[in-house]
Every structure is written in C-alpha cells, then in structure tokens.
Design a protein around this ligand. Structure first.
Ligand SMILES: Nc1ncnc2c1ncn2[C@@H]1O[C@H](COP(=O)(O)OP(=O)(O)OP(=O)(O)O)[C@@H](O)[C@H]1O
Ligand SMILES: [Mg+2]
Length: 424
C-alpha cells in the first residue's frame, strides 16, 4: 500500500512489548503522532523497527499501511530529526546534546581503547546514562551510579572516557581494599641507591589529582566504609586532599594544584547484594549526582540482539533529541539467519529476569545481559563451525538459561516459558 509518512497523524501499535509501549507513545507524541485504539481511527499500523516478516504478517490485512516506528518518527513533523549519539563539536566532543572538552593528550595508555566498545548497542538506557556521565565530567560533578549487575555501569563510564580521550584509573574495590591504595602507603625501598629502607608510594587519588585522571571506583560499596570515607574531601568542590599519612602535603585549596581533568565516578550494586556495605549519609551525600542504571527492558534486549546480528543500531528518541548511530559490521553476522528469534529471545530473557526462580536455593539464578551475550557468542562460535545458526542459538540459550538451573521444577518452568514465547 502506498504510504506517505508525513500524512500519518494517528496510528495503532502492533508487536511492541507491553512494558515498552509508554516509551513508544511518548516518542510518537513528540513527533506529533497520536496513538489510537481503534483501527477505524488510524492512518497506519506501526510495528517495531526490527519487526520481521512474521511480525508484520501478524498484523494481518487491515487495509492500512504497516510501517516501522523509525520511518514514522523520521518523517513525522521533523521534530525528531535524527543525529549520531556521538560526534565532533565546536569545543570538543558531543555525547547526545552534551558537549564536553576533549581531555589533554597525556597518559594515553590509560585511555580506554574505543575498539573494545564495538559491540555496544546505543539503546535508550545506555544513552541516558552516558549523557549523565558526560554532564558530570563536563561540570566536574562526582557521579555515583547504582544498579543491578550487568546494567552497563562500568561500560558506560569507560565508553565516555574513550570518546573524550580521558585517562581512567579504575579501582576494583573489595573488602580487602585499604586507604593505602587510594591515598598512598609506605613500601620497601629496594632501589640500589636508596637512602632509607621505606619510601612513600602515592595512591591513585593523589596521582589522579596531579595528572588529571578520572578515578573510577568500581564496586565502591564492597570496600569497608571507613576506607572510602577517606575520600570525603576529594569529593568536595573544589576537591582537596591532605596526605596526613606522609608529609601532610595538601592537594587543592592553595596547596599543590589539582589538574583540571581530575574526576571521581563510582559504581555499585544495591546494598541488598551480598557483601555490600551501607554507605554513610555523609559519604553518599557528597556524590552530587547519583543515578540509577536499569536492567534492559524487552525492547532494549531485542534491539541488542538485532544490533549484534545485523550491525544496525536502534533509533532512540530522548527528551533532548532523537539519535541513531550509523550501522557497523555486525559482531555475529553468522547468526543473521536466526534473526527472527530476536523478539522471542528478548521476551524469554525479560520474562525470566522477572521470574522468581530458585525459591528453595540460597543462591538464586539470575538472567542478565552478560549471560545473554555469552549465549550469543557461543552460538556464533558454533555457527562458525558449521552448525545451523538457528539451532546453534536455541542450543546456546538452552545451555545458558536451562541447564545451569539446579531444580527440575525451575528447568521445567523455563522450558514452558520458551514454548510460550515461541523460542524453539
Ligand atoms: N549497551 C550495551 N550493548 C552491548 N553490550 C553491553 C551494553 N551494555 C553493557 N554491555 C555488556 O554487558 C556486560 C556487562 O556490562 P558492565 O560490566 O558494564 O555492567 P555493570 O553494570 O558494570 O555490572 P556489574 O555491576 O556486575 O559490575 C559487559 O559485557 C558489557 O560489554
Ligand atoms: Mg561494573
């Protein structure tokens, strides 16, 4: 059917996950398009960008054009003109709508390698978090990111550092972390010409203050509260630090200057995760920006799978503009023949992530993006070795989602979910 997207003002939705509809309705509204519930009122039926033949056929012959969301958004009203999520801008680098200066070209060995992010899907949650991190780096605001495992906390910070050229000192904190790691400690001086037996070795934070690094305190609440509270003054604006462990040297506040690029970002899982400490109000309060990283919803999971198999990035409409990165060479092209499994796989993944399996176990099974990526990688390897891509994907998902469950009842429940979402 002939279709002129500029004429589309009222649409019906088909094939969107229930949880993702509010987002789609909001995106369309921004583009001046209303979602209606009666076919008789609609100019077109809108399906997800990655809807395959089956998804489109499911709409049936309703006498209306069936169009992808991207197509309607791209042309409707022009309000959603689409940009690359990252690009050069006067004054530095643009991440969504935030322009921040490029870091000084020094300590480049500490700048994360952009190549490691070629599998990153620029979905809604990723771009929102990246924009917040970018804003914090631009305005020198300490930023604390809290969220469940595998919600891209670490990846996002490192990606922002990679595109802005910011050196990163990443500390993986744990119950064994000591203040010495952060601010400095005395170590045996084994230099041949050493005058004393011990020398002071500055920690990551004073070095970062001197060199203008971003300090990434990963898993900050795994460390003992009194260890991380040593950083309270470094979290203030402007940051300061007194090396009371050594010569009482002062960084900032009239002492040794703090380099312009010095930044602090922390990530953590919720306090309910085992082994995490509860942050004291005074420490938490110093993180001027505290944001949440969310597990990907069904739409994002589908976009991720679609991206990994085709190289096409999703079209994302945010309150500050619409974004879509140019397509790239896909990470798993060998699985492209299994593309029609993307939607059922996303539904399966999200249904299981919400399910409460392993009730009788102390350690409950979790279904995360990490597991999903591992399953796709295993399937891609099998396909590269000649296995049928569809079968390889079904088997890898089965191994990741079913076989590691200890309880027969849980395994049966997952198998039943697989049949229900037609992932077979
Ligand atoms: N948007 C994305 N597209 C593709 N892969 C992603 C995306 N976000 C995260 N990943 C991948 O998901 C995995 C988990 O990401 P990451 O380690 O950043 O999560 P995290 O929130 O820091 O988890 P944890 O709390 O366990 O440290 C990594 O393999 C990462 O490469
Ligand atoms: Mg992490």
């Amino acid at each position: 059917m002939l279709f002129d997207a500029t004429q589309v003002r009222r649409v019906m939705l088909s094939g969107f996950p229930l949880g993702g509809c509010d987002d789609v309705v909001a995106q369309l509204r921004q583009g001046g398009v209303r979602v209606v519930s009666l076919l008789a009122d609609a100019d077109a039926v809108v399906v997800p960008d990655d809807a395959n033949g089956r998804g489109r056929a499911a709409v049936g012959d309703v006498g209306l054009p069936v169009v992808a969301l991207r197509e309607v958004l791209a042309r409707a009203g022009g309000a959603t003109a689409c940009r690359e999520p990252v690009g050069d801008a006067a004054g530095g680098v643009r991440i969504c709508d935030v322009v921040l200066p490029r870091a000084e070209a020094r300590d480049t060995a500490l700048v994360p390698d952009a190549a490691q992010f070629r599998g990153v899907c620029f979905d809604r949650a990723f771009l929102l978090l990246a924009r917040t991190v970018a804003r914090c780096l631009r305005d020198a605001l300490p930023c604390l990111i809290e969220g469940p495992t595998a919600t891209a906390k670490t990846t996002t910070v490192q990606w922002v550092a990679a595109v802005t050229g910011h050196p990163v000192a990443r500390l993986n904190l744990s119950g064994q972390s000591e203040t010495g790691e952060l601010v400095g400690r005395f170590v045996p001086d084994d230099r041949p010409d050493a005058a004393a037996t011990w020398r002071f070795q500055p920690g990551v934070v004073p070095r970062a203050m001197e060199r203008g690094w971003l300090v990434l305190l990963d898993e900050v609440n795994l460390a003992e509260p009194q260890v991380i509270e040593r950083l309270n003054s470094a979290l203030e604006r402007p940051p300061t630090l007194v090396l009371s462990e050594h010569d009482h040297r002062v960084y900032g506040s009239g002492g040794q200057p703090v380099a312009a690029g010095f930044r602090l970002v922390a990530t953590m899982n919720p306090a309910e995760y085992s082994g995490r400490s509860v942050l004291s109000p005074s420490f938490r309060d110093r993180w001027v920006v505290t944001c949440r990283a969310e597990a990907p919803d069904e739409q994002s999971v589908r976009q991720l799978v679609h991206f990994l198999l085709t190289g096409e990035q999703p079209h994302v409409v945010l309150p500050f503009g619409a974004f879509q990165a140019a397509p790239v060479a896909p990470l798993h092209p060998g699985l492209a023949p299994a593309l029609e499994l993307a939607a059922p796989l996303a539904r399966l993944h999200c249904t299981l992530s919400d399910a409460r399996l392993g009730r009788r176990r102390r350690e409950r099974p979790t279904f995360t993006r990490r597991g999903l990526l591992a399953a796709l990688e295993q399937a891609a390897c099998e396909a590269a070795h000649g296995r049928d891509p569809r079968l390889a994907l079904v088997e890898a998902v089965h191994a990741t989602y079913v076989e590691r469950l200890a309880d027969q009842a849980d395994r049966d429940a997952v198998r039943a979910t697989m049949r229900a979402v037609q992932f077979d």
